[in-house]
Design a protein. Sequence first.
Length: 220
Amino acid sequence: MRNLSFAGVGLVGVIVYCAAVVLGGLLWPTYSHTAQPVSDLIAIGSPVKSLLDPLFLLYNVLTAAFAWGLRGTVRRTVHSARAWWPGVAGAWALLVEAMAGVMTLAFPEGQGGVHSQIGPEGFAHILFAGISSVCTLLAIPLLGHWLSVQFSRAWFRLFSFGAAAAVALTGIATAVAIGNRLPWGGLAERLTIGCFLVWLAAAAALIRPTTPTGGAESAA
């Protein structure tokens, strides 16, 4: 039941994130999901910051727990380093992504959100957000490859590479839109985050409480 338990943690994390974003928009009537990034919800001075910070923290903790569970599953089920390295590397990338997400909470945007004057905390926020983005782009294809092999689901490899490409392309669109204050920057960011969350939910749903087919149990 170990696999099933941490798979459930991953799914709950996705639900928590989506609920936090929706709730923030409902409680902040002037907030625009289309124009504003999610980070504005937890910027300094945001009227919903105190409510959403714990929810986003919970999401990152759950994602980290899911990544740690994946790492353990890789080491238990595959005896060859050549076979398990993509899974371990992907799990660590996902774990670092979650930790970077926690740090973006510790260093929020300044008063006024994404278009506020960038101070030391703002630079730190951008740095950790960048680390999170890079780790996301590493975790999706690496874990997608490993999971597709171990669970004999060739479609999941293609799905994962497609998800990584979608995250990259919409991420570029987000940077351009927000950097130029275009009115659809928030929507573009939601497409980026949404692609990742759909992949994360699919990865969690793929895992079964049984031994994967790609390798024998190992004490490694």
